[in-house]
Design a protein around this ligand. Structure first.
Ligand SMILES: NC(=O)c1ccc[n+]([C@@H]2O[C@H](COP(=O)([O-])OP(=O)(O)OC[C@H]3O[C@@H](n4cnc5c(N)ncnc54)[C@H](OP(=O)(O)O)[C@@H]3O)[C@@H](O)[C@H]2O)c1
Length: 261
């Protein structure tokens, strides 16, 4: 099927080019696709992650427009350090919070470590960064927080993950109100099942890669649009939200129709 109704990279270029963005989770999956979409449109990105070596190729092909910032979002000291460090080399026009961690565990088998890790990465760090940036982004800047449809439709094994994303959705609304006087727009984007390393590793467990492919095929059939999302799908929707001039405090659900099924 043709993607002819989708805007191509050039359509949004003038609104993104020459701007500077902070992106967490830039090393993998959705955050990587967002980082790539931004630099391909001529923006600069301060890319946050632990495995910065995964950005070597993108950095080489967009010399000077990708700054790498190593930080672990479970470390409060690292989190405090991110915005001041990012601002050392120039102003920031936007923020995309894409880092996340999911542990699918049955109730009764949830460890204190995974409980804390999911809230630290999915909720506390984005909330701290958002609170810092609402005062420090350039006027009329924009933030997009990647949440999840699991915030609305939890499963028994997504107990902590779903709650961490639901809390994030509430925080986005507070930030939108706080940012409005300076024209800063703050929105959430909730994807359904996207084929990324997170989705594969959550289903890997004892299974082989082949079993995972099988399971993902079954999941595809639950989507009215007949396929899982790609990181590219989510990155393109993020670009739209970043430039939407009169949208704030909103949540864009992008799930191939899964929530309707
Ligand atoms: N995949 C899906 O189906 C799906 C659906 C709905 C929502 N989401 C959300 O979309 C976002 C991106 O997920 P993804 O599927 O692209 O996952 P992914 O490929 O596993 O990427 C996760 C990213 O989070 C970063 N991260 C995790 N723990 C971190 C920590 N302690 N410190 C710093 N960075 C950390 C990782 O960077 P490093 O390892 O380099 O630190 C990596 O870049 C997440 O917020 C996720 O909850 C995903």
């Amino acid at each position: 099927m043709s993607d002819s109704f989708l805007p191509d990279a050039s359509t949004l270029k003038p609104l993104i080019a020459y701007r500077r963005f902070l992106v967490t989770g830039a090393t993998s999956g959705i955050g990587f696709a967002v980082t790539k979409a931004l630099v391909e449109r001529g923006a600069s990105v301060v890319a946050v992650g632990r495995r910065l070596e995964l950005l070597a190729e993108l950095e080489a092909s967009h010399r000077g427009r990708l700054e790498l910032l190593r930080a672990c979002l479970t470390d409060a000291g690292d989190v405090r350090f991110i915005v001041p460090r990012a601002l050392e080399h120039g102003p920031l026009d936007g923020f995309v919070s894409a880092a996340g961690i999911a542990h699918h565990e049955p109730l009764g088998a949830i460890s204190e470590r995974t409980f804390r890790e999911q809230f630290e990465v999915n909720t506390f760090a984005p909330m701290h960064l958002g609170a810092d940036l609402v005062a420090k982004l350039e006027p009329r800047g924009a933030m997009v927080f990647i949440a999840s449809t699991l915030a609305h439709r939890p499963t028994a094994t997504s107990y902590v993950y779903s709650a961490s994303k639901a809390a994030l959705l509430s925080a986005v609304k507070s930030l939108a109100i706080a940012g409005a006087p300076r024209g800063i727009r703050v929105n959430a984007l909730s994807p359904g099942v996207v084929d990324t390393p997170m989705t594969r590793s959550a289903r890997l467990g004892e299974a082989t890669e082949r079993d995972v492919d099988e399971r993902l095929k079954q999941l595809e059939s639950l989507h009215p649009l007949g396929r899982l999302g790609t990181a590219h799908d989510v990155a393109e929707a993020t670009m739209q939200l970043l430039v939407a001039p009169w949208t704030t405090g909103a949540e864009l659900v992008i799930d191939g129709g899964l929530s309707l099924a």
